[in-house]
Design a binder for this molecule. Structure first.
Ligand SMILES: O=C(O)C(=O)C[C@]1(C(=O)O)C=C[C@@H](O)C=C1
Length: 396
């Protein structure tokens, strides 16, 4: 029979008891923080016979959790007390800056935005959705867009991160970690794919269709019906440009209406995507983080690695569940610096396990105590944790 023992009270201010779950084999796992008490209670409610709480100190409820000392709210409160400003004098103080005050002009005029692809690519359309009057700067690849921001050649980059049909764009997850940029916003773009051809061509004449591999995947059914050969190109606009400059009547492209206009092609059919809800989510990357507020719905993106051990991912996810924080995305990627963990058991030989990074997006602002507490809690058992950005949620 497994038992839970109470061990010594350890370090962390939020630890109210140290619960130790001892398995039959004698290995112990600890729940040394406030909210894991609730896990244990839940487990007991499920009448898990392997867990018994032997003792615990009086524990305040989760709602009583305070953000880490030094959080913005604590600092603001202390500053007000220190300066002995009475409540009635508050009106004479300057209004604190909010995230919206710090954004550049709303239309994005004077903002230079890098994107991957040629003019007319969906990424450029996303950049213009975020900053309608911005100067868009085409880049050869994603890495060039990251570097353009880092080297102050542009102000922001807008890059695709996931699509509702095709899933995640892994390359950009990896680059987020390799570069020091912040996620300053997101754009959810409804992608309406068009079949383009030379002027006067009918779609039945097409034998080849060029496009970005994601766009080809997104209109698989249309292309199968047409019985055409699919050819992958770096971006949809480059495909349109190649069709225009190639001058072959039997070759078409899947690209945007904007690309048709720029490269002088005819739209043979609009909305050729298989799924009407074809949405690509783009990230806006900047050198500086957004100062989050609580004035609207915010999302926070983080990346972390976990210590090895049974149930660590369960614990990591529990820090959100216990605070009613909704997760909107979870992605795992191999750790490039430390891809394999070799477990050496002299009797059994050597086992090799993959080591992973976890990327999570959750619906909360880092200005909210529950988000700060969740991060402090996650840090207790993660080997590495980075907040990639906290930014307003975009709606299609
Ligand atoms: O090729 C383009 O136009 C892009 O902006 C890239 C991209 C992608 O990477 O998914 C963006 C949106 C569409 O889903 C198709 C392609």
């Amino acid at each position: 029979m497994a038992t839970l023992k109470v061990g010594p009270f350890q370090g962390c201010a939020r630890v109210s008891s140290l619960l130790v779950a001892v398995s039959d084999s004698g290995s112990a796992s600890t729940a040394n923080s406030l909210s894991f008490r609730n896990d244990f209670i839940k487990l007991r409610k499920l009448e898990c016979p392997r867990l018994v709480v032997l003792a615990s100190r009086a524990i305040t409820s989760l709602e009583d959790e305070k953000p880490a000392v030094g959080s913005s709210q604590t600092i603001i409160n202390r500053t007000l007390e220190d300066s002995k400003v009475s409540r009635k004098d508050l009106s004479i103080l300057p209004k604190p800056l909010s995230a919206t005050d710090l954004q550049s002009p709303n239309d994005g005029s004077k903002v230079r935005v890098a994107y991957q692809g040629l003019p007319g690519a969906y990424s450029e359309i996303a950049a213009l959705r975020a900053y309608p009057k911005c100067e868009t700067v085409p880049c050869d690849d994603f890495e060039a867009a990251f570097k353009a921001v880092e080297l102050w050649l542009v102000d922001k980059a807008v890059l695709p991160i996931e699509n509702s049909v095709g899933g995640s764009i892994h390359r950009n997850y990896d680059l987020l970690l390799r570069h020091r940029l912040h996620i300053a916003g997101e754009v959810q773009l409804q992608v309406n794919l068009c079949l383009l051809g030379l002027q006067g061509v009918r779609k039945e004449e097409l034998k080849n269709v060029l496009s970005h591999p994601h766009a080809l995947d997104q209109c698989e059914m249309t292309l199968s019906t047409l019985g055409v050969m699919r050819i992958s190109i770096e971006d949809t606009a480059a495909a349109a440009q190649m069709v225009a400059s190639g001058g072959k009547r039997d070759t078409g492209a899947i690209a945007s209406a904007r690309a048709a206009d720029i490269y002088g092609l005819n739209i043979l059919e609009e909305n050729v995507q298989d799924n009407d809800n074809n949405i690509t989510r783009f990230l806006i990357l900047a050198r500086e983080p957004v100062i989050p507020g609580t004035d609207k719905l915010y999302k926070t993106s983080i990346v972390f690695t976990l210590e090895e051990g049974p149930g660590v991912l369960f614990k990591a996810l529990a820090v959100f569940a216990l605070r009613e924080i909704n997760l909107t995305k979870i992605e795992s990627r191999p750790q490039r610096q430390r891809p394999l963990r070799v477990v050496d058991d002299s009797n059994e030989g050597r086992a090799k396990y993959f080591d992973y990074l976890f990327y999570i997006d959750f619906e909360a602002s880092m200005m909210e105590p529950r988000a700060q507490c969740a991060m402090a809690h996650l840090q207790e058992f993660s080997r590495f944790l980075r907040v990639l950005g906290c930014y307003p949620v975009d709606k299609v």
